[in-house]
Design a protein around this ligand. Sequence first.
Ligand code: BTN
Length: 298
Amino acid sequence: MVTDHTFHHMQSLTRHIDRLNAMLRTNRCGRACRWFDTVDSTNSEALSWARHGAAAGSLVVADFQKQGRGRFKRSWTADPGRNLTFSLVLDADEVRARLELLPIALAVATAETLGEIVAPHQPLIKWPNDVLLAGRKVCGILIESSLPSHSDRRGGYVVAGIGINVNQEKFPAEITEVATSIFQVLGRQTDRVLLLSEILLSIESVLAETATGATQALRDRYEARMAGIGKTVRFSYIDRDRATEGTLLGIDDAGGLRIRTQDGIQTLRAGEVTLREDRRGHSVIARVSDQSRPASSS
Ligand code: BTN
């Protein structure tokens, strides 16, 4: 039975899609769109749509995720109807060759678009692909793929999931210190659909650049917004206790984190950065744990 309540919900979901279609200036991204009231995870939804033949650029949006996923098996939670949680089906054959640059490209696209909306505030990127506003996380990105084991084989699926805190006013106590929303920074509501259409345009353009190998330009744009760049960082490998200190230089062509240490430049491939301000409140100390490092390596 279609109750009155369900009917209004369905109406508003179609209205979102209609508005998005009217605003979109992309060729592919978001042209096919499924906007749900509730799903487990838009990434799961997009992966299954991809397996059933979704074209590259197909978009899944949800007003609420029951099991939103983050990196490192964390969860992603967001109040219903106030934020953006969406996933894009990517062209696996196109992104395969530069998979490691994907987090970099997507972080640049989202940070730059957010920058236009929150100006004069400047969003920063925390390596590899968190977007920070006023020092707190406003956006997280989770790329998931199922690709054939040989990298030269065609086929497989890649989805990019993006969560942006848009109009959420308050966060649960556990994350209130580390999370923020556009609303908290601007003090007013932002049109979610408009923001989504701008981000999709920006994503389409960085993906095209990444495909043609515009890595230096992309690196420059990334580093221009990189949190902690030029600052002293302390990092430790997952299998070791002792921390190494160095200067955060930026990223390399493959999106790795470059740190100048006493023993030369070290590049971290996977892991996470925790930013802290020191007592004087200006220099940033980061902790990096590199999970890419095999436990046996010296
Ligand atoms: C992170 O910061 O650890 C990544 C968070 C990614 C969250 C988004 S929300 C839309 C998409 N669906 C998911 O289940 N996760 C991503």
